[in-house]
Ligand binder design. Sequence first.
Ligand SMILES: [Zn+2]
Length: 85
Amino acid sequence: MTPSSSASLLLFAALLIVTLGYIASCVLWPFKACRTCHGEGKFRSPFIRAVRLCGACKSTGLRPRAGLKAWNAYRRLHRKNRRNR
Ligand SMILES: [Zn+2]
């Protein structure tokens, strides 16, 4: 085995481990905290005691991660293709 092929094999194995780790973390934690409201789901006014709901996360405080969005897009496409058959 040449040194370049073993290095590319090592790089491929590292990318495979990182990808599988990201998929596993997306299965365990599919949502992340909303960036707009920092996971609160609402905003508080600095002066008066008014509360405004976050529109970016629909006041849940959670946003789907990129892996979940990709999985949902794949499922939507697959479902649409099956329906058209
Ligand atoms: Zn939010």
